[in-house]
Design a protein around this ligand. Structure first.
Ligand SMILES: *[C@@H]1O[C@H](CO)[C@@H](O)[C@H](O)[C@H]1NC(C)=O
Length: 386
């Protein structure tokens, strides 16, 4: 996790660096480029937080949403919550806080870091910080509640807030509640939200239905799923590939892989094309069944259809290939994953390294370790077995 967020950070810095150099004609000192670069290079998180606070004195820096996100994620994955508090609380002194968008950013970052109490406190302080709260910041608070898994608070916040603030919950508020109930496993309450929406004159949208489909398919309640599809049609909401992917994952989870394959084929000839997640569902299903030949076939197929494999595609395939002794393909996929900048879990790479050594393919194993090093995996996470 720590490695991943560092990598994310580097990718982000690289992209930011390119955009800054192409869009800035006159150079300000110090450039945003060098400020961001310095933040990236800082390994000491205490110093990182200090530098971040200093950098955020610049208005241009405060406009960069992504650097806030990347830095907070880095701190959160190292569990340095007091540093997160430190840098986010420091933002309150800027007049930006009176714009709801900036306040929402901070509330959401607290939520993502599991710090709901801080999110709530900031939300309560907004009027005194001259920020007018609308349903948007209310939704951010509700979302922070679900993100930090404070499920016992969700219903209370949803029930009390709107009248306290005199805001009407909108479709986003209801969708957050549907997600909350699904994550809690209270699927019946999730469906009841549709009735609540009806009473308030709020139309459910594709996200409402997709969230319900994911919830019901994940818990294999297929009869309920059918009801959701029917409601969806009645509401004139057209499914998208995410709706079908929920179904695919549901089918695969209960071992109905041939039905899943059929569905992907059907989709292939229809309007809504299968995407990488559809193929991933099949690959995972076949790998779980130990049917590696079919998994490989699906992989070839997705490449032919110009789908781009993602991290989870490789993470499903590589361990199965190693287990079944197909080290050559495992080696190739590990290399591909790194050239595509999909940062596999270090344990998956290490598994491939160990497998290669076991088969006396020491040269290949060394090559992988070398590539891992070049791609910022730490020395301890991917190494030659001793
Ligand atoms: C990180 O920086 C802080 C403040 O400058 C310092 O007190 C601390 O010892 C440093 N930590 C490490 C591990 O170098």
């Amino acid at each position: 996790m720590a490695t991943l967020s560092r990598l994310l950070f580097r990718t982000f810095c690289t992209s930011l660096a390119t955009t800054t150099t192409t869009t800035t004609t006159t150079t300000t000192t110090p450039t945003m480029n060098s400020i961001v670069d310095k933040l990236f290079k800082e390994r000491n998180l205490t110093k990182l937080a200090e530098n971040f606070k200093k950098s955020s004195e610049s208005y241009r820096f405060r406009c960069k949403h992504r650097i806030y996100q990347v830095t907070v994620r880095r701190l959160a994955s190292a569990n340095r919550l007091s540093l997160i508090e430190d840098i986010l609380e420091a933002q309150k002194k800027y007049s930006d806080i009176s714009t709801e968008g900036f306040a929402i950013r901070l509330i959401s970052l607290y939520g993502e870091s599991g710090m709901f109490d801080h999110a709530r406190k900031l939300f309560d302080e907004l009027p005194s910080l001259r920020c007018r709260r609308t349903v948007k910041s209310f939704n951010a608070l509700l979302n922070a509640c679900v993100d930090s898994k404070k499920f016992d608070h969700v219903e209370r916040v949803f029930g009390e807030m709107p009248s306290e603030l005199s805001v009407d919950p909108d479709v986003y508020s209801f969708n957050i509640m549907i997600r909350a109930f699904c994550e809690m496993g209270s699927l019946d309450s999730a469906v009841l939200m549709l009735d609540e929406m009806g009473k308030k004159g709020v139309e459910p949208n594709l996200i409402s239905f997709n969230t319900l489909l994911c919830g019901f398919y994940d818990s294999a309640r297929f009869d309920q799923c059918e009801k959701v599809w029917i409601l969806m049609e009645k509401s004139n909401v057209k499914p998208d590939i995410r709706s079908y992917n929920a179904k695919l994952r549901g089918l695969v989870a209960v071992g109905k892989i041939s039905e899943a394959v059929e569905l992907v084929e059907e989709l292939g000839s229809g309007e809504i094309k299968p995407d990488i997640h559809s193929f991933n569902a099949l690959i995972k299903g076949f790998c779980k069944d130990g049917n590696l030949e079919e998994a490989k076939r699906v992989y070839d197929d997705l490449l032919k259809k110009d789908c781009v494999p993602i991290r989870s595609t490789f993470e499903a395939l590589v361990p199965s290939l190693c287990e079944n002794g197909d080290l050559d393909l495992a080696f190739k996929l590990c290399k591909d994953s790194m050239s595509r900048r999909c940062m596999l879990d270090a344990r998956v790479l290490q598994g491939a390294v160990d497998g290669l050594v076991e088969k006396s393919k020491v040269e290949e194993a060394e090559k992988l370790v070398e590539l891992a090093r070049a791609n910022s995996y730490s020395r301890s996470s991917v190494k030659m077995p001793s």
